[in-house]
Ligand binder design. Structure first.
Ligand code: TRP
Length: 376
């Protein structure tokens, strides 16, 4: 069913920034000649073949509507634009901020089904789990040598995560995961990373690793191009409890939920007691969130939906949101059910993805070891 394409590995892309020339020997953050941290959508559209996307998810639970509208949809769009895409299911990241991995195998399985149902095509997009690509993980060692402990301790995303998870003693894995993530990106010479704003510090980290590798180990030869982020155009959605919609919080409308479960979840959503429905994100965040969800699913504006519901109150609002979500997800959910019934499908996707990812990772690790003189 899936044809395997062998990706061409660019060990030294002609498009890579030229700043790693002999003059760029300072290891400061001087940025002359470097690509900007964030790519523009128009650049990608103008020349999709110049980009290789790497992005990923932690398998901590099934994907939800926020992922679909914010991330998955965007990945499928990039794939269809012709951008070569790699997606890492970051199983090792699961144990960065929790003591036990939970049912990681089941979570990986569900996420692959979510990907396929959303339209990611494994013959074009390489889907693999971290733990199945040893050469990728080995890149962490030289990359760690390029990163100071103080830098890792300053990473705002890591700090925030430790705080959210209520962790008082940060593990080595949590501290170093942004560098691991740099390995995720650089192993396949990914140069475009679609992310939420909270992950931007990780892209800066990956850029530093790439730049320093070139400067320190490769005499300025650009073995690694500095990756760019691509911010998701979709706003962050809230879950039914009014907090950010999140896999680990379990407050989201999952893609695999039934229509009844969706209705029940939305009925439980926290709102307020004002009867007249208005779109005021600052003053009425939960009401605005339901309007936004319905708007994103139907293509209407949240203001127009609010005007339609008018003094129908929270009950009418929830009705509108439920119908919008269920209708929007119906084709995806029906595709998902079909895929889930195909025996061995997920395993096949993961195995093919791992084969491709291993080939690319092995090549990159060879180049890295060559550069370091580690050839015996
Ligand atoms: N940290 C990301 C998340 O929690 C997942 C991820 C792993 C990732 N490796 C990556 C994202 C590399 C972008 C690039 O969702």
């Amino acid at each position: 069913m899936f044809t395997s394409t062998t990706p061409t590995t660019t060990t030294s892309s002609p498009d890579s920034p030229s700043a790693a020339g002999p003059a760029a020997s300072s290891e400061s953050s001087g940025s002359a000649g470097h690509t900007p941290l964030l790519a523009e959508e128009s650049d990608v559209r103008a020349d999709p073949g110049r980009y290789r996307v790497l992005t990923g998810d932690r398998p901590t639970g099934p994907l939800h509507l926020g992922h679909y509208l914010g991330t998955l949809h965007n990945r499928v769009r990039l794939q269809c634009l012709g951008v070569e895409t790699y997606i890492v299911i970051a199983d090792y990241q699961v144990i960065t901020d929790r003591n036990r991995p939970g049912d990681v195998a089941a979570n990986v399985h569900e996420i692959v089904l979510d990907y396929l149902a959303a339209g990611l095509d494994p013959s074009r997009t390489t889907i693999f789990a971290h733990s199945t690509v040893p050469a990728l993980n080995q890149l962490l060692l030289p990359f760690l040598s390029l990163t100071s402990v103080a830098e890792m301790q300053r990473n705002p995303t890591v700090k925030e995560e430790a705080l959210t998870a209520g962790i008082s003693s940060v593990s080595g894995l949590l501290l170093t995961y942004p560098v691991h993530q740099a390995a995720d990106i650089l192993f396949c010479h990914g140069n475009l990373v679609p992310v939420g704003a909270d992950q931007v510090p990780h892209i800066e980290q990956a850029r530093l690793v790439a730049r320093r590798f070139n400067e320190r180990f490769a005499d300025g030869h650009a073995l690694f191009a500095e990756p760019q982020g691509l911010l998701s155009p979709a706003p962050v959605l809230l879950g039914v409890d009014g907090q950010k919609m999140s896999k680990s919080r379990g407050n989201g409308i999952t893609l695999r939920a039934t229509e009844d479960e969706t209705a029940r979840l939305i009925r439980q959503a926290v709102t307020d007691s004002e009867r007249l429905i208005t779109y005021e994100p600052e003053r009425r965040p939960q009401v605005a969130n339901l309007l936004l969800i319905a708007a994103m699913c139907t293509g209407a504006t949240p203001e127009a939906l609010a005007a339609e519901i008018a003094d129908g109150g929270a009950a009418a609002l929830k009705h509108v949101a439920t119908d919008a979500v269920n209708e929007h997800l119906r084709p995806l959910r029906s595709r998902r059910a079909g895929l889930a019934a195909e025996p061995g499908l997920v395993q096949h996707v993961l195995r093919t993805g791992a084969e491709r990812a291993n080939e690319v990772a092995r090549q990159t690790l060879d180049d890295v070891q060559d550069t370091l003189g580690m050839r015996y």
